[in-house]
Design a binder for this molecule. Structure first.
Ligand SMILES: CC(C)(COP(=O)(O)OP(=O)(O)OC[C@H]1O[C@@H](n2cnc3c(N)ncnc32)[C@H](O)[C@@H]1OP(=O)(O)O)[C@@H](O)C(=O)NCCC(=O)NCCS
Length: 156
């Protein structure tokens, strides 16, 4: 089982790398090449370094070599912005373990609701963890139409 810990500043480049690997490796099951490339574009270590310092909490899973292989985040209002897993670690329970830590923290913090905008893969993942789809969202990313799902889970 992957070891989990909170984000550290050195992780930023790994997070950008995991994001692109996950989108390119797992995204094509549900999205076109054009959609996948639009989704993966423009992600940088600098962006993750900035996001990780904006007050959100980020948990990182480490592989056997202690290299980051997946991550999840939680904003103060219950929003989950990111859940990304390297394809080699998909289906191993790594993302599930990250989510379990997040939900436990959210409950301890007294959050009444978790919510996210989920890709097709994430929709399947979150449905199994008690989330409901609020609505499908169709929107352009870098000029390419793509879709995801607004989802939420009541904790109280
Ligand atoms: C979304 C994403 C993180 C989900 O990852 P995942 O591979 O489904 O998650 P896990 O590795 O935790 O897999 C869970 C499955 O692993 C299996 N599994 C294997 N070993 C396990 C273990 N020891 N413990 C728990 N589950 C285990 C279970 O069968 C579980 O299946 P379930 O979902 O039916 O319960 C992944 O698909 C991804 O990175 N996608 C691309 C990026 C993306 O779309 N991100 C979301 C943007 S909104």
């Amino acid at each position: 089982m992957a070891r989990l810990r909170l984000y550290q500043p050195d992780d930023a480049a790994h997070l950008a790398d995991i994001f692109v690997e996950a989108v390119r490796g797992i995204g094509p099951s549900d999205y076109t090449t054009e959609q996948v490339e639009a989704w993966a574009a423009g992600v940088t270590a600098e962006r993750f370094a900035a996001l990780a310092c904006d007050g959100r909490r980020v948990w990182v899973a480490l592989d056997a070599a202690d290299r980051p292989c997946a991550f999840i985040d939680l904003e103060d209002d219950g929003h989950i912005d990111f859940l990304y897993c390297r394809p080699a670690h998909a289906g191993t329970g790594t993302a599930a373990a990250l989510y379990a830590v997040l939900e436990a923290h959210a409950r301890e913090s007294g959050l009444a609701r978790l919510y996210t905008e989920a890709s097709e893969a994430a929709r399947r993942f979150f449905l199994k963890r008690g989330f409901a789809v609020v609505q499908r969202r169709d929107f352009p990313v870098r000029g390419v139409m793509i879709h995801n799902y607004a989802m939420e889970k009541r904790l109280s």
